[in-house]
Design a protein around this ligand. Structure first.
Ligand code: PSU
Ligand code: MN
Length: 302
């Protein structure tokens, strides 16, 4: 039984039993999305933001083959160290568990493990999606299939234009994943408030988003809901600058023949190097903003 593989911290078990809001957080953003030591501070601070909204944070990871729901400060340090920490997608999970290894969970595996624990809302930075050049490379993040099938609402700041955002939205449409944009209909591009694409619907309050999520699952429609929450104005970056940086990073990845699971971490690190840390500050702030929104949506759900 899957319960035999799960370790849920007592505080989270209690909150779930009492119907209190719980927000899941991923660990790939810590281990592979941000540099040390900023990532360790981020991992602690983002939990604090969820608490300050009256919800309980549940950072998820695989440690020595156990599916951890809720990490101790030592666990968070371990994930932040990034040493010998795999990036775990759906296909990797059985091997890591069987071999008792340690890995950081992506959007995919965070959704899977959150669903096993009964957590309905998850906050992250950006989701994976259809990569540019996917018609030839077939590189489509497993995150999209997870959103298609697993009942967890994911609050993000859209996705980076390292992806083909138009094709990512087409894929979500095909698999019946509602894309709700908070306070706008414009689908955001992570560091930037606009991607040039629109989501399906605008929701102006956490209660509206919660009502859509409740309605989907009440009707027995399985799968996730994607909530796109634009980066706050004061942290938004200039789209012309960012697109240039991202285009260059994508070209460099091609030159170095980087592909598969390494491409997203490669591009993230490259963007951070080229923008000299501005992008890291924006990344941290947009993730805080999503954590806050996720806590409010979780509180508004039944
Ligand atoms: N996009 C980001 N930051 C991230 C990721 C994606 O802007 O940290 C991470 C997430 O964990 C996401 C994963 O689930 O990368 C997607 O990887 P891939 O493209 O290999 O599926
Ligand atoms: Mn991929």
């Amino acid at each position: 039984m899957y319960q035999d593989y799960l370790d849920v911290l007592p505080e989270i078990q209690d909150a779930l039993k009492d119907g209190k809001p719980v927000v899941a957080l991923e660990s790939t953003i810590i281990s592979h999305g941000m540099p040390y030591p900023e990532n360790e501070k981020f991992a602690n601070d983002v939990e604090g933001i969820i608490r300050s909204e009256g919800a309980v944070p549940a950072t998820i990871a695989v440690i020595n083959g156990r599916l951890k729901v809720g990490l101790t400060p030592d666990d968070l340090s371990l994930m932040a160290s990034g040493k010998n920490i795999a990036k775990v997608s759906r296909r990797d999970l059985p091997y890591l568990v069987a071999m008792k290894q340690t890995g950081a969970t992506t959007v995919t595996t965070t959704m899977m493990i959150a669903a096993m624990a009964g957590i309905k809302v998850f906050a992250t930075g950006g989701i994976g999606g259809v990569h540019r050049g996917a018609p030839k490379s077939f590189d489509i993040s497993a995150d999209l299939q997870e959103l298609a099938h697993t009942n967890v609402a994911v609050v993000c700041a859209g996705c980076k234009s390292i992806l083909d955002i138009g094709l990512t939205l087409e894929y979500l449409e095909t698999f019946g994943v509602p894309v709700l944009c908070m306070g706008t209909k414009k689908f955001p591009a992570f560091y930037c408030k606009e991607s040039g694409f629109e989501g399906d619907y605008e929701c102006d309050t956490p209660e509206e988003a919660a009502a859509v999520i409740n309605a989907k699952w009440d009707m027995g429609l399985d799968g996730g809901v994607l909530i796109a929450n634009p980066i706050p104005d004061e942290w938004a970056m200039d789209p012309v600058r960012m697109n240039k940086v991202i285009d260059e990073a994508v070209a460099e990845a091609e030159r170095q023949h980087i592909h598969g699971k390494n491409i997203t971490p490669f591009l993230l690190a490259r963007i951070k190097d080229v923008t000299g840390g501005d992008s890291l500050a924006s990344n941290i702030q947009l993730a805080f903003n999503n954590a806050r929104m996720a806590a409010r949506i979780a509180a508004a759900m039944k």
